[in-house]
Ligand binder design. Structure first.
Ligand code: HT7
Ligand code: ZN
Length: 853
């Protein structure tokens, strides 16, 4: 594909002052009439260029005068009118067929209802328009639809006139007073059950809130509503941001390419992130709903009121909004636990991306396919950069900078430079060097070397940084790295400070009081910077550090590092069995943390196989998986009594999705996982009992997952029971597909793909099999015989035809192929070459070409 470049940016030469849209909705033949009030703002001779894709043009007129076909040029990608006046109204009429739109971009149908997805370039599949975020306009929408199938008609803004139009049809008008780019346009029409509530803002305005769901699902939207109200309050208290319309609507749809979409006043959600109750959703689902509802709501200010000038600036809204939602979750739950979860996600997804052929900077300067820009780097690393900014200037100055940003740029489409100018102004600091973080791909590695001088009681700490080369960026500059550090001894913290490592290397010297014993150095506490820390400590020193560490993140991370080294040693054969001292230390850390069960649960987690790919190459996923299981079994043996005791206690009742109970359940499910990996003869019968007795989905699913990894009758019984119980609930059935995909092999995936309920058109279902297998079951996906690749290839080729966005996302599972042991590597390469020779969508072709490099 032809690359789009940041350096090619030019402003649009026209202003669209007003957009009037009229929809005559029909699944096969929807008519869209657009009246655009246009004024020239740029070059006198500029032609009017409008984007348009998969549209059947019926008519085009300027100021009411129909244009002859010779007056415009119509192509596969748009409509150009060479000569237009300086001020005029353009009217176009197009025909579209929502029922045949399988790409789920533009106007499409899900579960018999109309819905839209316009970010990033879906609006051009609805009407001809300058479909770019820097063209902001006021939208008025009138839609007509069948009254029986579509009693509810929604769009952005606030509702206006509504009524019958005869012949069983009716209409509704929606008006959005806030100027917005086309990617925030939304329309939904259908028959829903509605969960309603209200929120009173800090200035006393009463907002009507409504969540629209499938028939019969209304009560399952209660948690999403509760999360929405808490998000609204949090944004007022934390950022001084008030909601700006009288209504806020959410619509849940079954077929959706992403988690959710922040359309102005009308958020559209993947139903997986709206619907939850104790019997059908896990605590992870409740947590995800809370954070995604918050994320989309927070976009109202960081994304909608102030948007991106162009798609290269995507991190401006996404990194910042992820940072905001992470802090919301930390305030709702436990800050250290939230930090650990955020870092697990960052390392699993973003560090892997940064280390492979798909590496790109947080603000890339070129892209091949826009959909492929929605990455962990833009979102998660983007959030880390805001976190570093806040740490470097302090919370108060950060808030001042945000206030200035909101005040200065409200109603505008801006850049990262505009954002940082606000922080430079309030802090007096220069962020030129810091902005390298936005331009450079790759995860910096910070090396820590210590010298202890007992004669002078001096400790010298040398910190140095290096960012590895990434595709297209062989040479890297140093970036400012804020590192929270401490010196620890038996009593606690001897000293605590933050160093910003600006240059390639810095040496810090500390004179300590006479008689001080050699202190331990704690680095990157609370994960202040998204870097990899390299230290040449031996096991003894690491064990000591875990014991004395006062920072919960670093204590957890110390255990992770020890576990990683152990798994590597076992996988490489330099050690036959797990070291008893190490297993003792892990068990002791877990036992010591039982007062905070959510944290204790995280301590039981061993690093995933994929995390080890970053540590030593070539990586052998099968050996790593076997080694990981060995260590897990040793920890399970060590904790056997505790596990049996904890699992013998009843689960907390009545169910509450809040942090406290969720923490207790997190420990219970962690122990269920350990039990499953214990190798005990009675593990399967014990798990089956737990499965049958579990009063909530969190524990039921943990037991089912444990059983799914064990052959035998208990497994079959539980899987059959689960399917029978939940076959009419698609979201729960996704879990049934997923547990088998993460524990089975290529044959399991083939079997799941031929199940009557496997639906290639439903992204959730496809992801529950293919993404679960290819991204969470690495030893099977990367099986040396290539069977994992073949089964994924077959399904992805089919999915990609209907839905390029889905196809391309699944193919990112191949991003690590170059680091694999020779057999898997050569099978992966062969598969990628076959894919390259196939008829792929533009999105997927972009991923495959970059993966092959
Ligand atoms: N801003 C939203 C992005 C999104 C999206 C992007 C590409 C294709 C489909 C999509 N659906 C939603 C989601 C968010 O970050 O809030
Ligand atoms: Zn977002």
């Amino acid at each position: 594909p032809v690359a789009v470049k940041l350096s090619d940016y030019t402003p649009y030469p026209f202003e669209i002052e007003q957009v009037d849209l009229r929809f005559d909705l029909d699944p096969e033949d929807t008519r869209v009439r657009a009246d655009l009030k246009i004024r020239r703002t740029g070059d006198k001779g500029a032609a009017l260029e409008l984007d348009g894709e998969a549209l059947e043009l019926k008519s085009v007129a300027i100021d009411g005068n129909a244009l002859d076909t010779s007056a415009y040029e119509l192509t596969e990608t748009g409509l150009t009118i060479a000569s237009v006046p300086d001020e005029f109204t353009l009217t176009t009429e197009v025909k579209i067929a929502p029922a045949s739109n399988t790409a789920l971009s533009g106007l499409y149908m899900s579960g018999g209802r109309f819905c839209t997805q316009c970010e990033s370039v879906g609006f051009r599949r609805i009407t001809f328009y300058p479909d770019r975020p820097d063209v902001m306009s006021s939208f008025k929408v009138r839609m007509t639809a069948d009254k029986e199938t579509c009693p509810v008609l929604l769009s952005n803004g606030t509702p206006g006139d509504a009524g019958d139009t005869g012949e069983g049809r009716h209409f509704a008008v929606w008006d959005d007073p806030h100027k917005k780019p086309s990617y925030l346009f939304a329309l939904c029409a259908g028959d829903y059950d509605i969960y309603r509530d209200q929120f009173t803002t800090m200035s006393g305005k009463v907002i009507d809130l409504a969540i629209h769901v499938d028939k019969g699902d209304a009560e399952r939207a209660a948690w999403a509503m509760d999360s929405l109200k808490r998000s609204m309050k949090w944004d007022e208290e934390t950022y001084g941001r008030e909601y700006d319309l009288g209504v806020f609507n959410i619509v849940a749809v079954r077929d959706f390419n992403f988690g959710a979409m922040e359309n102005k006043g009308l958020n559209i959600f993947n139903s997986a992130y709206v619907l939850a109750d104790e019997t059908s959703a896990t605590d992870a689902d409740f947590e995800a709903i809370e954070s995604i509802v918050a994320h989309e709501y927070f976009h109202n200010w960081t994304g909608n009121r102030i948007t991106c000038r162009d798609w290269f600036q995507l991190c401006l809204k996404e990194g910042l909004t992820v940072f905001r939602d992470q802090n919301f979750s930390a305030d709702m739950r436990s800050r250290p636990v939230q930090r650990i979860k955020d870092v697990i996600r960052l390392r699993a997804r973003q560090f892997a991306e940064d280390a492979g052929p798909l590496a790109h900077s947080v603000r890339p300067d070129t892209y091949g396919a826009i959909d492929n820009l929605y990455t962990a780097t833009v979102y998660e690393k983007g959030a880390e950069l805001i976190g570093m900014l806040r740490r470097m200037i302090g919370e108060e100055t950060y808030r001042k900078g945000m206030d200035l940003y909101f005040e200065r740029h409200d109603g505008q489409a801006v850049t990262i430079e505009d954002f940082y100018a606000c922080f430079e102004e309030v802090s007096g600091q220069d962020f030129t060097q810091f902005r390298r973080w936005y331009a450079q791909a790759g995860t910096p590695e910070v090396k820590v070397e210590e010298t202890w001088k007992p004669d002078s009681n001096e400790i010298e700490i040398t910190l140095s940084q290096k960012t590895p080369a990434t595709p297209g960026q062989p040479i890297k500059q140093p970036v400012p790295i804020p590192l929270n550090m401490a010196l620890l001894d038996e009593e606690g913290n001897l000293a605590e400070w933050m160093t910003v490592l600006e240059d390639e290397e810095v040496t810090l010297t500390f004179d300590l009081p006479e008689g001080t014993k050699r202190p331990l150095v704690s680095v990157n506490r609370d994960f202040t910077a998204p870097v990899r820390v390299a230290r040449s400590l031996n096991r003894e020193e690491r064990l000591q550090l875990v014991r004395l560490e006062t920072d919960p993140f670093n204590q957890w991370d110390g255990v992770q590092t020890l576990a990683k080294e152990e798994i590597l040693a076992l996988a490489e054969g330099s050690q036959a069995e797990p070291d008893a001292d190490l297993v003792d230390a892990i068990a002791t850390a877990i036992e010591g943390a039982l007062g905070d069960p959510a944290y204790a649960a995280l301590l039981t987690r061993l690093p995933d196989v994929g995390e080890m790919f970053l540590e030593r190459q070539p990586a052998d996923p099968v050996a790593l998986n076997t080694a990981r299981k060995k260590l897990q079994k040793a920890v399970a043996d060590k904790l056997e009594d505790l596990i049996i005791r904890v699992l013998g206690q009843p689960s907390p009742q009545p169910f509450d999705p809040g942090a406290e109970q969720a923490g207790t359940r997190a420990l219970r499910t962690a122990f269920i996982t350990l039990l499953a990996g214990s190798g005990r003869e009675d593990a399967d019968t014990h798990l089956l009992k737990l499965y049958e007795a579990a009063p909530n989905m969190t524990e039921k699913l943990a037991a089912l997952r444990g059983l799914a990894g064990l052959e035998g009758q208990a497994r079959d019984k539980a899987l059959t029971d689960f399917e029978e119980a939940w076959k009419t609930n698609p979201l729960v059935m996704d879990k049934w597909f997923s547990v088998q995909a993460v524990t089975g092999d290529a044959g399991t995936v083939a079997k799941l793909a031929s199940h009557p309920d496997f639906d290639l058109r439903n992204p959730n279902r496809v992801r529950s099999v293919v993404a679960a297998f290819a991204m969470q079951n690495l030893s099977a996906f990367h099986a040396p015989d290539g069977a994992g690749y073949k089964v994924v290839e077959e399904i992805v080729l089919k999915a990609d035809k209907a839905n390029p966005s889905l196809g391309a996302r699944l193919l990112t599972a191949f991003e690590q192929w170059r680091v694999l042991e020779p057999q898997a590597r050569s099978e992966a390469e062969a598969c990628l070459r076959r894919l390259q020779g196939s008829d792929l969508s533009k999105n997927s072709a972009d991923i495959v070409a970059r993966a092959l490099g």
